[in-house]
Design a protein around this ligand. Sequence first.
Ligand SMILES: O=C(O)CCC(=O)C(=O)O
Ligand SMILES: [Fe+2]
Length: 334
Amino acid sequence: MKDKKAYEYLAKSGAEISSTPTRAVCLVNAGNQQGIAVDDFEAACSLLGKIAYLLNFPGKTYCVVIYEGLECAIDAHKALAGRACTLLKRTYSKEASIPLLVEYLIEDSIQLPVPATVQDARAVPGLVVVENFITAEEESTLKQCLDRYKWEPLSRRRVQHHGIRFNYSTNRHADDSMPGFPQEVQDIIIGKLRRMKSLNPVDEVSPVEPVPVPDQLTVNEYKPGAGISAHVDTHSPFRGAIISVSLCGRVVMEFKHRDGRAMSVLVPARSLVAFTGEVRYDWTHAITETRFDYVDNSFRERQFRISLTFRETKSTPCDCNYPHLCDSVGSTQL
Ligand SMILES: O=C(O)CCC(=O)C(=O)O
Ligand SMILES: [Fe+2]
């Protein structure tokens, strides 16, 4: 019965079974739904030949390995067909003895999502991405440093606030100041920001912007799978660009404009992302709650991630040219 369902889902996805060997080997009964972890799956299948793509579809009862060469696919088919799933370290032990059903698929019939990349930032005006902004050593120093401070639990993540405090109920910074940033944050990140000449948007059309002088820091800790709903950071309390530095894991960030433009951008670990101009004021950004992101041509498990969002506070109304999402429109400004 289970097998039949898996074949039905496979057919529904548009994928067609081939009666002759192809590079695409489909493992039925060994999907993400049955607890196959993507890393175990990749390790087991790469023993049988060089993998071009790995497709471990979220919630599905099959997965697909596309080998670089046909010979490897034939070898894999021979090695895997009828074998117990323990080969793939299936986590549900009661199902571990179900034999694998292996099929070749017509490659063109497999629907692939478009993987999110860093370069996709080009389609989001004003977005700045600096890869490897901090080293792995600096990342671990910062993580250890933050672990010494108290976390505030929110429903799906934990936060810390440093510098001038932000009030979530009014969406404004509180008047009472706290001490400055932790020393390591000051030395590593603020030090690097001071040495940066400007913020250069990836699209190369949006104007270069000055580097802000942050006095407020929000630290977000996301467990794997957690996210943040679509929002624009309130305009008026903050001057210029908003900066986010990622520790520990990569994530895919979703950007949307009300005119229909939308883009998923890969934000690598240890990178700096800055929101300037149009993306700062006129687009929303979000992190979808999901266990998998489609990156590097595969669905990869969402990683644990800490982000540090730096803002420079101010007390004047916003003077941006993007009225639709502006909190100053209709009050003091227009
Ligand atoms: O995690 C991130 O990089 C984004 C956080 C964010 O959007 C925010 O704190 O406003
Ligand atoms: Fe934000």
